[in-house]
Design a protein. Sequence first.
Length: 524
Amino acid sequence: MRASSGPPSVGVLRSDLFAVSAMPEAFPARAMLPVHIEPGADEALVSWLVQLSWALRQSPLMFSRHGFKVDAAGDPEWWRRPSAGQLATIAERTGVEQARLKAMTLLGWSIARDDEGAQRFTSRRWTNPKLGRRKGRRVDVCGQCLAEDERPYLRRLWLLGWIGVCPRHRTQLIGQCPGCRCPIRFKGLNAKAPVDLLACQKCGRGLACLQGQRANDRSVDLQSLLVAGKKTGVVLLPSVGEVEWATMMAVADMLLGMIWTGVATQHREQLFNRIARELDLGWEDRLSLSLGSNYGSLLILDWLVADLPHRLPAAIGILKSVRFEGLLGRHNDIDDDIAAHLRTILAAAIATPAVGRGAWHPWIESLPDSASELRERAARERYKHRRQRLTAFAALKAGATVGEAAAIARVQPMSVYRWLDRGIEHGLEAALERPTGRPALTSAQSEALAQWVCADRANQNRHAIVAQAQARFGIELSLDIASNLLRKHRDRKPGSVRRRRRLWGPMKPRGPRAKPTHDLAPGS
């Protein structure tokens, strides 16, 4: 073969010509990858790509660059909505059909107001809005799904950000490592080192051994409703009707922001107590409300949207929160069209609250018990002052005036008004008790909490004691009382009885008395 098609140049002999051939490309553009991993059901594209890079012992960043000509350093979330060219390149190099690759992305799904951000519905979005992703994206997983997989992988739904329940096993998703109790994070396609996707980044423990708690059916139903709305762009709310996805996310932001922004903790706990009573939640679900997890926020939203015209004003009254214009003013990114829809959906938050003696009507109507149930509860009460209050509230619930309710309870009308004011401010249980300086717990209740503290002394804190008192006795303890209980019983041995202090009797001398300095018998 000749080196060139033209005649040889001057000074070059024919004997100097030799045969040559084209060198093959170092990385053929159409070469298949040396490994193949079959995608799982509802697996996220990022999970599949990261595990491919792990099998090739490459970093996800270099794997994406050399394998698919995609630089994830600037946009590590490109896998959610890749271009047609990127999907074609991945299909050509891996042998997986483009339709199947598209099903691993969020192409065609609605997106609004950063609804795919990590921990989207948690309280951290409102209490710590400036937290970054320097250590990787936080994610909640289902341990049962991972344990059943032949090759554990991340589901597409888990990476939406506001998912809190596994729809297959109907259990709560878990966001903490069982070994080191650190948040579960994973490094995406911009990682510069090989990533073991299903291992804790802190301690290296596998995540397939996690066991989630049983989820409330109402949270599962609401999550399914929201997932269907994200796919189609329209959410069907029970008390409102069809709502566009962008408007739905604005509704969620306003309702959750109302709870976590500018509200005293005691008022927030009062609202959570009412939600727990009306939804018949156990103490673990009740604790999830206070922790502000995605799962707890789903329960809160389900309770609110089930009857917005009545429950939204009640929530605003319990929280002592601002009304619609104040809530809307906290969100500068809501345009005029969405704001107009919000005024229609959240019309109950615009209504002016009742002022004066008629302000008790919304509170009485918001009580979960009917008039007959309040009378039955009054008949079972041991103490007279509680029977009187329940009898008066039952009469008001049935439509009686304050004067008629006072006559039925055999008290003055001003007493009924005082009970109503206390109930509006602190809730029904506070209205049934006398406002005295008596202890919040009886001796039997204190002893029960003491035994509970002693049973697991190493893992107790004052917030856990407050939640336990609410779950067992329906009593809202202050953090100061919980701290006293913890300090008093943390070092106590289980089953022992603490000796009571003796509060009477002669006082012991503090020390030797000083000798007199004057002469007791002068002149002797």
